[in-house]
Design a protein. Structure first.
Length: 281
């Protein structure tokens, strides 16, 4: 059983040079608040596997794209699963935690996602916009993303990349959840400034859209960010389901919403450490 004050290893790369974001500020704030309820130590993702046995749980936060340390992350994941280490988010996520295959699977299942294929023979399934987005299946943070012509997309679609139509969307919007509970939403009203975010008041239909992907992921505990775009016809389409280490943009919400998120995170993490069911389960 964990101690009265559970011991948490908080994993972050404070020096990661994220475009338009300061990971370190967010994690400094979160760790300062989590220390109110947990005995906490912070480490770089390369050190997590060596340190995790001394803690009741490992919280993976702004650790940067695992592409930069894939072998280290694979070793951490293998050792954590073998030892039954409590990793938050749990290592069962089906979204970005497992790569981008889910975009293909959700497309095939008829979910409202940006249509995605990975082979040239399936390009006819995409709307003929004349421009396509090509990105690696194991990509993150827009690494390797290209906008190409139809012939270039056909040449690139060899099963190792994802191909999507280039959507002239009105804006991008993100929905943030702790466990299955919605916390807040933010949107980028300027399409050329993805991380200049403002509060967004979601409609009932918007929340139903976002919850559909949270329910599909069935993560149980943890933080998830559902990224979507508003298509020309007014519909929302999934861009990304971030369930590994979603940046939270807490600097874009007011103190009331920020504090409410921290309370929800503390309660979720305590339930997770003690093995309790998520709220509402």
């Amino acid at each position: 059983m964990p101690a009265a004050r559970p011991r948490v290893l908080y994993v972050s790369d404070l020096a990661y040079p994220a475009r338009g974001r300061r990971y370190c500020d967010e994690d400094i704030h979160l760790t300062s608040r989590l220390r109110e309820d947990f005995d906490l130590a912070l480490c770089h993702p390369r050190d997590a596997a060596a340190l995790m046995d001394a803690f009741d749980a490992v919280v993976v936060r702004n650790s940067g794209p695992v592409l930069g340390y894939q072998d280290v992350y694979d070793d951490f994941r293998r050792r954590a699963l073998a030892a039954g280490t409590r990793v938050y988010n749990p290592l069962t996520g089906k979204g970005d935690m497992a790569g981008k295959q889910y975009l293909l699977d959700l497309t095939a299942a008829g979910f409202p996602v940006i249509p995605t294929v990975d082979r040239a023979e399936d390009l006819h399934l995409l709307s003929g916009t004349g421009r396509y987005v090509v990105k690696p299946k194991l990509g993150a943070d827009s690494i390797g993303l290209r906008i190409v012509s139809a012939p270039e997309a056909r040449e690139a679609a060899d099963g190792t990349v994802l191909v999507q139509p280039h959507v002239d969307f009105a804006y991008e919007v993100s929905f943030y959840f702790v466990d299955a509970a919605f916390q807040y939403a933010l949107y980028a009203p300027h399409t050329d400034r993805r991380w200049q975010l403002e509060p967004y008041e979601p409609s009932a239909a918007d929340l139903e859209f976002a919850r559909r992907f949270v329910d599909w992921n069935a993560l149980g505990h943890g933080i998830q960010r559902v990224d979507a775009c508003r298509a020309p016809d007014g519909a929302l389409l999934l861009v990304e389901l971030e369930d590994l280490n979603p940046y939270l943009s807490l600097d874009a919400v007011d103190d009331t919403w920020r504090d409410a998120f921290v309370v929800a995170l503390k309660e979720s993490l305590r339930r997770f450490v003690t093995g309790s069911a998520p709220a509402g389960a």
